[in-house]
Ligand binder design. Structure first.
Ligand SMILES: Cc1ncc(COP(=O)(O)O)c(C=O)c1O
Length: 567
């Protein structure tokens, strides 16, 4: 959450408002009220009097209209599409509190079913009920408000288990540390800071595919290491860290040192993508060293925002000290989690998705995302303006396939499910930057500007730096979610082409100005720079408009006699 700051401009607006002529308005007027003209909406103090709710709706709506369109927010991993049935379920259950076990037993039962289904999807150890054939798991887990809370809980379980072990051995518990790569999302770093655990950041680099440099893990482990966070789907490039390779390395380390370092997998996005798009990738509880996994229901679980999951494959892995038994509102309930109350409807949406989509539905949707992400990657590469850092579009040989996809399982939907395994694994994310050629030819063009100008087409594509040790590299990133249809993708591609060509034109124009600087008067330079800025601000249409006006010779611009705005 961004902490709010005092807004200086508010004072200025207040001053201007004081100078306005007063309009006499009647109280509770239906169509206009004082907030329409004379007053700003209160921002500092609760107003004394109530207001008309329709009017307040109008003002809130006006202000929220300034936000970007969620569908075009390609910066976010969080799902932005819910259908009418999901909306109906959400509205009908809007006021149910997931903490009220006793009052809403069906809701709590739905949460349990989701946990069991996720446990089975992630290959938690199970037994088959001889009578029913059901897959019974010993796992334990909870819904959370997102992956961040889930990660805090997983980290706390690692810390508590390490403390209990150390105390039993009569050893100090003063200096716990945890390992994670520098590409870790901020939630992982928050865990270390909030819960007083030293954060041992392992570098990432180009050779390691911008994820954890596995060769640097062992030197960071000691007897105070509570565990390692391994990221299945990096926020920066979408690449998966090699859970199996890390696990094998830790097996070796354990043989040599006796230290049993356990793994928590941050599958915020990968927890949903991997099982359906890369079913032969070994990353989950099928690896013995993986004790817990988190995911965000609100990302590729495709609920609305506000849902995460954390699951331990065995109930014994969640220390009793982290669980609380409460005598509460007529029942005894066990609770763990950082929050007590939380909305129940996202859990209902999760179960709805499980039932309505099934494994095949998820696989097909993600296939569409992966295919569109590859298409975008290919366009960007072939344009020669860009180079792509994410790897899901890189086709691999049979030999490499055997290296990446080590799980030997057969799937009923083999064709749909394994098409993505012809490429390197990763999230449907396209991380790219200006190509080396482009950077050499136009060093004066800031990449940030590409992102800013795409906004003019409505698309929100962030430009950010790679993590420490690679911060000199800036990347642009598009998350290809369910809401990115092929036709929207073609619009994005066309916006990218127009934007990069505009930047090229602008850069060349500035060069011309500076090349001819000695011959130009100061006034000519001012005009040229003005034209340049106007070209950029208008998204390239200013010059076209000028030409059109000249050609049609109509009265426009300063001497216009009539005005026709956008209708
Ligand atoms: C890898 C990873 N971990 C954790 C998080 C935090 O997830 P949430 O926003 O659900 O709290 C994110 C968010 O993008 C992420 O990408």
């Amino acid at each position: 959450m961004v902490l709010s700051k005092h807004i200086e401009s508010y004072e200025l607006e207040d001053e201007i408002l004081k100078k306005l002529p007063k309009i006499n308005l009647e109280n509770n007027e239906q169509f206009i009220d004082e907030y329409d003209s004379q007053k700003m909406l209160p921002q500092y103090e609760l107003p004394l009097k109530p207001s008309n709710d329709e009017l307040i709706y109008k003002y809130l709506n006006q202000q929220l209209a300034l936000d970007g369109s969620p569908t075009l927010n390609l910066a976010s991993f969080v799902n932005t599409y819910v259908n009418d049935t999901q909306t109906r379920l959400a509205v009908e259950n809007l006021t149910k509190n997931l903490a009220d076990n006793d009052e809403y037993p069906s809701l709590v039962n739905i949460q349990d079913r989701c946990i069991t289904m996720l446990s089975n999807l992630w290959h938690a150890p199970r037994t088959i009920d001889p009578k029913t054939g059901n897959k019974l798991v010993k796992s334990i887990g909870t819904a959370t408000t997102g992956s961040s809370e889930a990660i805090m809980l997983a980290g706390l379980a690692l810390k508590k288990r390490w403390q209990e072990q150390r105390e039993a051995q009569g050893k100090s518990t003063a200096k716990p540390n945890i390992l994670m790569a520098t590409c870790a999302q901020v939630a992982l770093e928050k865990f270390a800071t909030y819960f007083d655990v030293e954060n041992r950041l392992i570098p990432v680099n180009e050779q390691s595919g911008h994820v954890i440099d596995v060769s640097k893990i062992r030197e960071n482990i000691d007897e105070n290491t509570i565990g390692i966070f391994v990221i299945a789907g990096s926020t920066f490039t979408g690449s998966f860290e090699p859970v199996e390779e890390i696990s094998k390395l830790l097996d070796e380390h354990e043989k040599e040192t006796g230290l049993n370092i356990r793994i928590h997998v941050d599958g915020a996005s990968g927890g949903f993508i991997a099982p359906f798009s890369f079913p032969n990738l070994k990353w989950d509880f099928s690896i013995d060293r993986v004790d817990s996994i988190n995911t965000s229901g609100h990302k590729f679980g495709m609920t609305s925002v506000g849902l995460g999951w954390v699951i331990w494959k065995d109930e014994k892995l969640l220390p009793k000290k982290l669980r609380f038994s409460l005598d509460y509102l007529g029942g005894v309930e066990e609770t763990f989690g950082l929050n007590f109350s939380r909305p129940g409807f996202p859990v209902i949406l999760q179960y709805y998705n499980f039932l309505s989509l099934g494994k095949e539905g998820y696989a097909k949707i993600f296939d569409g995302c992966m295919s569109n992400a590859r298409l975008l990657s290919d366009y960007l590469t072939e344009s020669t303006y860009f180079e792509v850092l994410s790897e899901i579009h890189i086709k691999i040989s049979e030999e490499e396939k055997a290296k990446y996809y080590t799980k030997k399982s057969s799937h009923k939907l083999n064709d749909i499910w394994t098409v993505n395994e012809n490429y390197r694994p990763g999230l449907p994310v396209v991380a790219f930057r200006f190509s080396k050629d482009f950077r050499t030819k136009y060093p004066e063009v800031p990449q940030e500007m590409f992102s800013t100008l795409l906004r003019k087409h409505g698309f929100i594509v962030p430009n950010y730096r790679l993590p420490p040790s690679e911060t000199d590299v800036e990347v642009l990133r598009v998350v290809v979610r369910n809401s990115m249809s092929l036709s929207l993708l073609t619009k994005l591609v066309s916006a990218c082409s127009q934007t990069i060509e505009l930047l090229v034109k602008s850069a060349e124009y500035v060069r011309q100005v500076f090349d001819s600087k000695s011959e130009s008067s100061a006034q000519e330079n001012i005009e040229s720079i003005h034209d340049l800025l106007l070209t950029i601000a208008s998204g390239g249409t200013a010059e076209i408009r000028k030409v059109q006006h000249k050609e049609s010779d109509h009265d426009a611009g300063l001497n216009k006699k009539s005005y026709r705005g956008t209708c």
